[in-house]
Each structure stands twice: as structure tokens, then as C-alpha cells.
Design a protein around this ligand. Structure first.
Ligand SMILES: [Zn+2]
Length: 182
């Protein structure tokens, strides 16, 4: 959780700085009506991007792992307050890591680049929050990086957790995401 906050704040700082360097100006206006509308747009945009974040995991399982869509599950766990995307079929380490990080690029970094391009504070802020939301994915990627590329990674159907095992041996190890987000 703390890692996620740091990542959100850090990305916001980097994106605003990049925007300033590129545009050589910094415009901020404030009105109460505008603030409320902004808040509403942020909430809607955040919800949409969270759904897209999970959809990108599925896309990653499909593109990088060749998993058929019918072997995947997608939904919301209200008890844990998270959206999730999962695959029944284990992926090899490398494709799994790509599928883990795809949402970071497409729903985190990309909106930030578009936000700088369009000079949209809303998109820049959303980008920072989505990058922060990928902290759990980044942490899992970091842990999987230590394992050989040919190991198989199985996704836990319920928890934001991955199990790694050597396809030739019996030894299994377990990788935990530090964030509740999957
Ligand atoms: Zn994710």
C-alpha cells in the first residue's frame, strides 16, 4: 500500500514535470464547479481504467501466453474490494511477466503521455493513480524476474497471488503480491 502511494506521487511529479518541460508553462485554474466536475470525471475515468487494467491482463494472457479467453475469468471481489483477471492455464515465466506489466503501459503510462500531449490535468492525474495501482504487479514482476524463464507460473483463482514451479521438478515456491490489487 505504501509502495503504491509512493508510486502514485512519484509518477504525478514526473508527469507534471515532463508536461512543464515540454510546454514551458504551467496552468492551474480553480473554481468550485470545475472542481466538482473534475472530481466526478476523475471517479468515472478511474473506474473505467481499472476495468481496462484487468482487461489488459486478459489480453496479455491471450497475446503472450496463447491462453484461450474461455480459460480466463474476470470479475470483482467485493469482499476484498478488488477487480481481478485470472487464467486457469499456467503461463511460462516470461509471458506471465509481460501479461503482468501490460496494464501498466496501456492504462498507466499511455494515458499520461496522452495527457501531456493534450495538456489534460485529469488524464495526468489518472495516469499517476493507475501507475500507483500497478504496484502489486510490479512487485510480482520483480520477484518472478529472479526465477528461470522456463518455469511455469500459475495464478491463484481467488487471491492476488502467483505460484511458481519448475516444470521438471516438484519443488514449488510461492510469490505474493504486496498490494491487494491484482
Ligand atoms: Zn494488475
Amino acid at each position: 500500500m505504501r509502495q503504491s502511494l509512493w508510486l502514485t506521487g512519484g509518477s504525478a511529479a514526473v508527469l507534471y514535470l515532463a508536461s512543464f518541460v515540454i510546454r514551458r508553462e504551467f496552468s492551474l485554474s480553480f473554481s468550485f464547479g470545475g472542481f466538482l466536475l473534475g472530481l466526478l470525471l476523475f471517479a468515472v475515468g478511474y473506474a473505467v481504467l481499472i476495468v481496462l487494467h484487468e482487461a489488459c491482463h486478459l489480453l496479455g494472457f491471450r497475446i503472450f501466453g496463447g491462453v484461450p479467453f474461455r480459460k480466463m475469468a474476470y470479475g470483482v471481489n467485493l469482499e476484498m474490494g478488488i477487480a481481478y483477471a485470472t487464467t486457469e492455464i499456467p503461463l511460462r515465466n516470461r509471458p506471465m511477466r509481460r501479461a503482468l506489466l501490460l496494464p501498466l503501459w496501456l492504462t498507466g503510462v499511455l494515458p499520461g503521455i496522452i495527457g501531456i500531449w493534450l495538456d489534460s490535468q485529469l488524464l495526468i492525474l489518472l495516469s499517476a493513480f493507475l501507475i500507483g495501482g500497478a504496484a502489486g504487479d510490479l512487485e510480482m514482476n520483480r520477484q518472478l524476474k529472479k526465477l528461470p524463464d522456463n518455469w511455469l507460473i500459475r495464478d491463484d483463482p481467488e487471491k492476488p497471488k502467483l505460484y511458481a514451479y519448475n516444470p521438471k521438478g516438484k519443488a514449488a515456491t510461492q510469490e505474493d503480491g504486496t498490494d491487494s490489487e491484482n
